[in-house]
Structure formats: C-alpha cells, structure tokens
Write a protein that binds this ligand. Structure first.
Ligand SMILES: Cc1cc2nc3c(=O)[nH]c(=O)nc-3n(C[C@H](O)[C@H](O)[C@H](O)COP(=O)(O)OP(=O)(O)OC[C@H]3O[C@@H](n4cnc5c(N)ncnc54)[C@H](O)[C@@H]3O)c2cc1C
Length: 346
C-alpha cells in the first residue's frame, strides 16, 4: 500500500488534517487506537472571550472564520447536525465584575460578541444575584457525533486502521517511511496527550491538563443558553446538560474520579437551586502546552515527519486553521508563525 501521508491519531487534529489532505487530493491512511479521548469528551464550545477576565482569546476571530465553515461543510457532507449556536450567560459575582464587563464591551475585537448591558431577568433554578453578561455568536460543536461519523466514513473507504501505531516499527529511509506494509512520503503525528509515548516529539513541553465533566438531567431547568459561573452548564437536549470542567495537572489518567465529581457537584450546587440527577461522568486529558500555543512543524532531523498537537483547551476553534497552516507549510513551503511553530523549542 502506497500513500502520500500516514496520520497517527483521529481526534480533532487528525480529523482536520485528513480533511485538508482530502481537499487537496492527497492519499492517506489514519491510525487510531482509542488511547486518548479529549476530543470525544470535550464540551465542544467555541467562544472568543476569556470568561474569567473578559479578554480576547488568542487569534480567535481568524480561527473562527475558518472553523465554522469547516464544520458546516461536514454537516452538509454527512447530512447531520454538529454545530449548535448557543449564547453564553456569564453570571456576575460582584459589582466590580459588572464594571469590568462594560470596559471589555468597548474593545473593538469583542464588540461583536459581548452585549453591553446587564441582564437581570430571573431564570427558575439559577442563582444570579448580580445578573448576567451575555455573549452571542458563540456555540458548540458536537465533537463526539462528528468524530463517530467521520470514523465510520473512513472505515467505509478503508482509510483507517483501528490499531496502535508502534513507533519502534517505523522504518525511515531517505525518501519514504515504511510501516508494516504501508509506504508513505510523509507522516503527521496528531496523538494529543499520546505525544508522551512518541520518541520523535516527546521532547516538546506538553503540560497536559486532565478535565472531568458530568452529564446531568434537570427536568425543571429550561434554558437554551450556556450558564457560566464556577462551572459551565451547557444545554444538550430534553433537559440534559453537560457540566464542567475540572483542571488537574497531576493525574495523568483519563479515568473519572470521586474527587473530580465532588468538585463539580459542589460548584454546580452554587449555581443551581433545583434538583438534578447525574447520568454520566466522563474525563479526558487536554493536550495543553507550557506557553499555551499549538505545536506545529517538522521534526528537526526528519523533514517529512511533522506534528499537529497542543490544541489545549480550544481544539474546536484551532484545529481547522492549524491543519491548513501545517498543510501549506509541508506542501507549499509556507512559513509557520513563530508562535505556533515547534522551532520555538529548539
Ligand atoms: C474535559 C474537557 C473539556 C473540553 N472542552 C472543550 C471545549 O469546550 N471546547 C474546545 O474547543 N476544547 C475543549 N477541550 C479541549 C479539546 O478536547 C482538545 O483541544 C482537542 O480535542 C485535542 O484534540 P487532539 O486531536 O489534539 O487530541 P485527542 O482528542 O486526544 O486525539 C488524539 C488521538 O490520537 C490517538 N492516539 C494517540 N496515540 C496513538 C497511537 N500511538 N496510535 C494510534 N492512535 C493514537 C488517541 O486515541 C486520540 O484519539 C476539552 C477537553 C477536555 C478534556
């Protein structure tokens, strides 16, 4: 079997890169072993405002210009819905936060998203004594459904191997990579936190962050917006909500824990004053990087070997534009921005 590319990993990074290859008529095969699940459990939110400090997220507007059409094209291709526009209601904790909101609303980059008023409307079951700041043009991507459909489609076309990519078995010659019976001109690693096992790139400073989430059923909560306070409460359908997320920099397993669950319950109880039932508890590891920027580029020695990783807490927004930048770098020789290039760590 001869292909242009081997891709290792089918999370959001691998998906976006394989789509980029498909759009450009390149052949590929993907390896996926389900060792990581960040993209599957993710909240899937996109939002260009940091909700702690009301400051702009790095490059978010230009990322969104590529990301939203990317997901909408996939919706048309699979005739399924993945993109759910959802407003965000940020609960204020104090008068000071209300004032900071108005200051941020005046910033040109945020004015399309932040509504310059305080919303005091009461919503049954939500504790919000200082009212809400509302964000619009935000939303979520159902990453779990998208990845499942994408994978099925690759399976149909025989473009995916449901197995672990064993780095020791990779043979590198001057012109190609040989892995078992596959010969490829290039190889791109998209393993998320799986990077730690990769002998070619594990020198890069990933500072992974485990996150846990709950799915709850709250029959008396009827909101179609995302509530953001100590935790986020994101509407799914039929009064189900996703609640998250924790940040843990020590635990490297993707197993849900009692500690994570208790933290989420405690925070959720400060936001909701109505009963709810926990129906699911999930966890994953975010591939975050020390300097909070993606990891893109060619291996210092093997120049046809590359990485697309470090999507951190915002894979939904970053993956499509990062995949495009990496493709243009590998195939058209375009320079990568210093901020995202792994050359910054050499
Ligand atoms: C709790 C939580 C909440 C989140 N919420 C959001 C959110 O609301 N919005 C947002 O934008 N982002 C969110 N994120 C972050 C987002 O999930 C990540 O930025 C993104 O999914 C990372 O994608 P990835 O493809 O790089 O990594 P992953 O999703 O981890 O994918 C890597 C894939 O590579 C596979 N793999 C690894 N090693 C091998 C190997 N040797 N052989 C074969 N396959 C291999 C793994 O099985 C995995 O499928 C959240 C993450 C978590 C954990």
């Amino acid at each position: 079997m001869q292909v242009d590319y081997i891709i290792v990993g089918l999370g959001l990074a691998g998906l976006a890169f394989s789509k980029e290859l498909e759009n450009n008529g390149k052949s590929y095969v993907v390896f996926e072993d389900d060792s990581q699940n960040s993209s599957v459990v993710a909240g899937g939110m996109y939002n260009p405002v940091i909700l702690k400090r009301f400051t702009p997220v790095w490059n978010a507007i230009s990322q969104l210009e590529i990301a939203l059409p990317f997901y909408e094209k996939l919706e048309r291709e699979f005739n399924k819905k993945y993109h759910y526009p959802v407003d965000i209601y940020r609960i204020f904790k104090s008068v000071e936060e209300q004032n900071n909101w108005f200051v941020a609303c005046d910033k040109p980059r945020l004015s399309n998203f932040m509504i310059p008023e305080i919303d005091y409307k009461k919503h049954d079951g939500i504790v919000a004594d200082f009212g809400y700041g509302r964000l619009t043009n935000t939303g979520r991507i159902d990453t779990k459904a998208l990845l499942a459909d994408y994978r099925k489609n690759l399976q149909k076309k025989d473009l995916i191997k449901n197995e672990s990519f064993d780095y020791d078995e990779l043979k590198i010659t001057k012109t190609k990579f040989i892995f078992k019976n596959i010969e490829a001109s290039k190889i791109v690693f998209c393993e998320g936190f799986g990077l730690q096992q990769n002998p070619f790139f594990n020198y890069l400073p990933m500072q992974e962050a485990k996150g846990e989430l709950l799915i709850i059923h709250a029959p008396k909560l009827n909101v179609d917006f995302l509530i953001k306070a100590a935790v986020f409460v994101m509407p799914l359908e039929n009064n189900f909500y996703k609640v998250g997320a924790t940040f843990n920099w020590k635990d490297k397993t993707k197993l849900p824990t009692e500690e994570g669950k208790n933290e989420l319950i405690q925070k959720l109880d400060s936001v909701l004053s109505i009963p709810y039932k926990i129906v699911e508890h999930i966890a994953g590891i975010r591939p975050t990087v020390k300097d909070r920027r993606p990891l893109l580029g060619k291996h210092p020695e093997h120049r046809n070997m590359a990485i697309l990783n470090g999507l951190g807490t915002r894979g939904v927004m970053i993956a499509p534009s990062a995949a495009k930048s990496l493709y243009n770098h590998l195939e058209k020789g375009e320079e990568l921005d210093n901020e995202i290039s792994i050359a910054r760590f050499q």
